[in-house]
Design a protein around this ligand. Structure first.
Ligand code: BGC
Length: 780
C-alpha cells in the first residue's frame, strides 16, 4: 500500500519525489497516460524494473476458453482478456559500460510529475553508475488527446562531471515477458506471447512491427519515428527482428553536453484491415505527427486540456487533498473516455489489466454522468459503442429465451464475458443503466439526432428485455424475479428495488421515444400497442416496502432475512467474499455496495425526504463497502440526508482510493468509477445537483471543512459556473442563452454574465448512523 505522503499535495500536479520500488506497480497506474484509445502505464522509460509493463489499445484482446467445473446451458464459452501490445515507450540507456538501471548504482534524485494541465508525465533523475559516472536524465511523455493513435517521448541524457559514452536504444518490443499472476491458468496462457509476428521493418529513424493476436485474430501495428539531437559524431543505426525493432543512438558527451531523442509512436489495430493497410495507417499517423513535431504536439495537448478544464474544473477551498484528488480523478476520467470513440470505457480505463480490461455498468452509472456535464461528446461515443454491440446483445437475449437485447455484465468486444452467472448474467440492471445514461445525456445536451439514431434503438431493445423478463401477477402487479442488483452480496432475488425502478424509467423512456418518432419506431417494429404494454408494466411495477419498519426493501423479503453477524466478523475478514461462502452471504442482510441507496440518488423523485433519511439509516449499518463503487454514492445520499461529516469522510475515501491505494489493488489499474465518484460526491452530494425536468436543481450544503466549492458544467449548449460558500450560492451563466435553474427549490433566471446569488440555508449536520464495526470510513 502506498503510505500517506507518497505524492506531494499540489493543486494541478501529482508529484513523486522519491522512487520506491516496492510500490512501483501502484505508481505505474497513477502515472498512466491514455486518451481512451491508446494507454501507456507509467513504466520507467528503460523498461526495467517494472511492476507490470503495460501498453494497451482499446478493443485489443485475446480470447480464451472459460473454465466450468460443471456444464450448464447458456454459459459463455469464451472469455476476453486485454493484452499488453507492442511496447513503444521503451528507451534503454547504456552509460559507459553499464546499463542505466535504478536497481544498481546510486540514485541521487528521482522525481516524476503528472501535470494535469499539460497532459504529460515528466521525469527527472540524477544517477551515479556503479563505476561512479554521473548522469542526468529528463524525459517527458504524453499520449496525445488530439492525435488519437499517438504516444510520444522526449528523452534527454546529460553528462554531469566527466567525459561519458552513452548509448540510447529506442525500441518497439512485442510479447514482453509479464510477471506471473495467480488467476485462471488458461487466461494466463493466452497472455503469454499473445502476438504472432507478421512484419518487422526499419528505415532511417523509422521502426515498425505488425503482429496478429493468435485466437481473436486482431492485427496490431506500431511504428516509431525519431528526431535525434546530440554532439558532433553522434551515430545512429537501426535493426529489427520479429518481436523487436530498435534505433540505436551513440554519442560521447562532455560534462554539460546532452543527447536528446524525441520519439513519436503511432498505434493501430483492426480485425479486418490488411497488413499493408495497417502498415500504411501507422506510417501516415507518424507523418502527421512529425509535421507538428514534439513542440506542436505539446501545444495541442495543452490547448485541448485548457478547453476541458474551462468546462469541467472543480475548485475546493479548505481541503487541498480533495482539491488535488478531484482534478486527478477528472483527468483520468477524461483520459479513459476522451478518444475511446465507439469503444468501451473499461473499469480500469487503459491503466492496467485488472478485471481483464473489461467494461461493466461502472461506465454508464459512474463515468458517463461526469462526462455528460464536462465532455459530452465522449458520452455519445460510449453509447454508440453499446449500439454497435446490439447484435451480440440480441443474440444473448434470444439465447436466454428473452426478447430485445441483454447487454453483457462484463466485456471488451460486446459478448458476455462473465463466467459467474449469479453476479453476471443475472445482473440485468446493466440494461437499465445504459438507458439511464442515455436519457441523462439527451436531457443534458438536447441532442435529438442522437436520441433518434442511437438512443431510440437502445431504449426499445432494453424495454423489450424488461417486458419479457418480468411478469404481471394475478392482481396485475409487475414483478422482475430472480435478478441481481448492484449489491453483489444478494443474488437471484425477486423485485430488486433498484432494478425495478430503473427498469420502470427505461420502459417509460422507451414508450416516450416511440411516440415522439413513430416513423423510426416502425422501422424497429415498435408500435403503440407494444409501447402501451411497456407503460402498463412500468405503472404496475412492484416496489417492495416494509410498512412496519417504514423502509423500502432492497428486494422483496430482504428485511426479514437474518442479519449478518457483524460483531463476530473480524477486520481481517473483509472483503467478505474472500472469507465466507457466497451461499451464506446471499441469505443474510449484508450489503457489499450501495444498491437501494443508489436508487435514492438515481431515482430520487420516487422518495420523499423522510424515506431518504429512514432508508439511509436502515441500510447504512448493513453496508460494508467491499466495492470501491460504494463510498461515493453513500457520500451523495449522506449529504442529502444531512449527515455532512459522514458525507465528507466518504468523499475522502472515494477521492483517495488510488492516490492512497485504499483497496490494495491500484497496481492492477485505477478505479475509474471511484475517481469519477469524487466528482459525483462533490457536485451532486455537496452541490446537490440534480436533473429537474427541463433544468437543473442545486441544493448546496457544504461540510465544515470547505470554505468554498466551485465548479463549471455544461448544460444544453451553455457553460455554467456554480460557486458555493457556507452562506451564499452564486450562479453564473458563462456562455449560452438565458436559463432558469433552481436553488433549493426556488426558480432562478440566469442571464449571461450576470451572477445571481442566494443565501444557503444552514445545513443540518446530523450525527451519522452507525456503520458495521471495522467498516467506518476513516476520519481525518
Ligand atoms: C463491483 C461491481 C463492479 C465491478 C467492476 C465489483 O467489485 O461489485 O459493481 O462493476 O467491481 O468495478
Amino acid at each position: 500500500m502506498i503510505t500517506h505522503g507518497a505524492y506531494a499535495v499540489e493543486p494541478w500536479t501529482v508529484r513523486e519525489t522519491e522512487l520506491s520500488l516496492d510500490v512501483l506497480a501502484q505508481s505505474e497506474s497513477v502515472f498512466a497516460l491514455s486518451n481512451g484509445h491508446v494507454g501507456w502505464r507509467g513504466n520507467l522509460d528503460e523498461g526495467e524494473p517494472h511492476g507490470l509493463p503495460g501498453s494497451y489499445l482499446n478493443g485489443v484482446y485475446e480470447a480464451h476458453p472459460l473454465p466450468y467445473a460443471e456444464a450448464g446451458y447458456g454459459y459463455p464459452e469464451s472469455g476476453q482478456t486485454v493484452i499488453n501490445i507492442t511496447n513503444g515507450k521503451i528507451l534503454r540507456l547504456l552509460v559507459d559500460d553499464e546499463p542505466f538501471d535504478l536497481r544498481y548504482g546510486r540514485l541521487v534524485s528521482h522525481e516524476r510529475v503528472l501535470d494535469l494541465r499539460r497532459g504529460v508525465m515528466e521525469r527527472t533523475c540524477e544517477w551515479c553508475s556503479p563505476a561512479g559516472t554521473r548522469i542526468r536524465v529528463r524525459s517527458t511523455r504524453m499520449i496525445s488527446l488530439t492525435q488519437r493513435s499517438l504516444g510520444a517521448v522526449s528523452y534527454e541524457v546529460e553528462a554531469v562531471d566527466c567525459h561519458t559514452r552513452v548509448v540510447i536504444q529506442s525500441e518497439l518490443v512485442a510479447n514482453e515477458q509479464l510477471p506471473q499472476t495467480k488467476g485462471d491458468p488458461r487466461a494466463a496462457m493466452a497472455l503469454q506471447a499473445p502476438l504472432e509476428p507478421e512484419e518487422h521493418f526499419t528505415s532511417g529513424h523509422r521502426l515498425r512491427l505488425v503482429h496478429r493476436t493468435r485466437t481473436s485474430g486482431l492485427r496490431v501495428a506500431v511504428a516509431a519515428d525519431h528526431v535525434v539531437s546530440g554532439p558532433e559524431r553522434t551515430t545512429t543505426s537501426c535493426e529489427s527482428r520479429p518481436d523487436l525493432a530498435r534505433l540505436t543512438v551513440a554519442a560521447v558527451l562532455e560534462p554539460g553536453q546532452k543527447l536528446r531523442v524525441d520519439k513519436l509512436v503511432a498505434h493501430g489495430w483492426s480485425g479486418t484491415r490488411s497488413l499493408p493497410a495497417m502498415s500504411d495507417q501507422v506510417d501516415a499517423a507518424l507523418a502527421a505527427a512529425a509535421h507538428d513535431g514534439w513542440d506542436g504536439l505539446a501545444a495541442e495537448q495543452r490547448a485541448y486540456l485548457d478547453d476541458f478544464w474551462a468546462c469541467a474544473d472543480v475548485e475546493v477551498e479548505g481541503d487541498e487533498e480533495i482539491q488535488q484528488a478531484v482534478r486527478f480523478g477528472l483527468f483520468h476520467v477524461l483520459q479513459a473516455g476522451a478518444r475511446a470513440e465507439e469503444r468501451a470505457i473499461p473499469a480500469k480505463g487503459l491503466t492496467g489489466s485488472g478485471y481483464d480490461g473489461h467494461a461493466f455498468w461502472d461506465t454508464e452509472m459512474f463515468v458517463l454522468p461526469v462526462l455528460t456535464y464536462t465532455a459530452p461528446g465522449a458520452v455519445a461515443e460510449a453509447l454508440r459503442w453499446r449500439q454497435n454491440t446490439l447484435p451480440a446483445a440480441r443474440e444473448r437475449a434470444a439465447q436466454l429465451g428473452l426478447r430485445g437485447a441483454a447487454f453483457p455484465w462484463r466485456t471488451i468486444g460486446g459478448e458476455e464475458g462473465s463466467a459467474y452467472w449469479p453476479a453476471g448474467t443475472a445482473a440485468f440492471h446493466v440494461n437499465a443503466d445504459i438507458a439511464h445514461a442515455l436519457v441523462r445525456y439527451v436531457s443534458a445536451t438536447g441532442d435529438e439526432d442522437f436520441e433518434r439514431d442511437t438512443g431510440m434503438e437502445l431504449l426499445v431493445e432494453t424495454a423489450r428485455l424488461w417486458r419479457s423478463l418480468g411478469h404481471h401477477d394475478h392482481r396485475g402487479t409487475f414483478h422482475i424475479d430472480g435478478v441481481t442488483g448492484p449489491d453483489e452480496y444478494s443474488a437471484i432475488a425477486d423485485d430488486n428495488l433498484y432494478t425495478n425502478l430503473m427498469a420502470r424509467a427505461n420502459l417509460l423512456a422507451a414508450a416516450d421515444v416511440v411516440e415522439r418518432y413513430p416513423k423510426e419506431a416502425e422501422r424497429l417494429g415498435a408500435d403503440d400497442e407494444e409501447s402501451a404494454s411497456w407503460r402498463d408494466a412500468a405503472e404496475s411495477m412492484n416496489i417492495p416496502y416494509n410498512a412496519e419498519l417504514r423502509v423500502h426493501e432492497q428486494h422483496a423479503g430482504f428485511t426479514r432475512l437474518q442479519r449478518w453477524d457483524f460483531e463476530g466478523t473480524r477486520a481481517d475478514q473483509y472483503p467478505l467474499m474472500l472469507h465466507f461462502p457466497y451461499f451464506d452471504i446471499y441469505r443474510k442482510q449484508v450489503i457489499k455496495q450501495a444498491d437501494l441507496v443508489l436508487a435514492l440518488y438515481t431515482c430520487g423523485t420516487e422518495f420523499d425526504e423522510e424515506h431518504v433519511a429512514r432508508n439511509f439509516a436502515y441500510y447504512e449499518p448493513l453496508t460494508v463497502r467491499d466495492s470501491s463503487l460504494s463510498a461515493c454514492i453513500q457520500a451523495v445520499i449522506a449529504a442529502q440526508a444531512g449527515y455532512l461529516r459522514l458525507a465528507y469522510d466518504y468523499t475522502v475515501e472515494a477521492a483517495l482510493m488510488d492516490l492512497e491505494d485504499l483497496e490494495h489493488n491500484t497496481r492492477d489499474g485505477l478505479h475509474i468509477a471511484s475517481l469519477a465518484g469524487t466528482w459525483l460526491a462533490l457536485v451532486t452530494g455537496f452541490g446537490g445537483a440534480r436533473r429537474a425536468g427541463e433544468t437543473l436543481e442545486f441544493s448546496p450544503r457544504l461540510p465544515e471543512k470547505f470554505g468554498r466549492l466551485a465548479f463549471v458544467m455544461l448544460y444544453r449548449g451553455r457553460r455554467l459556473r456554480l460557486e458555493f460558500t457556507q452562506e451564499t450560492a452564486t450562479y453564473t451563466l458563462l456562455s449560452g442563452p438565458a436559463l432558469t435553474v433552481r436553488h433549493h427549490g426556488e426558480a432562478l433566471r440566469l442571464q449571461p454574465d450576470t451572477p445571481a446569488s442566494r443565501p444557503v440555508p444552514p445545513p443540518k449536520h446530523l450525527p451519522s448512523p452507525e456503520q458495521p464495526p471495522h467498516r467506518r470510513p476513516n476520519v481525518r
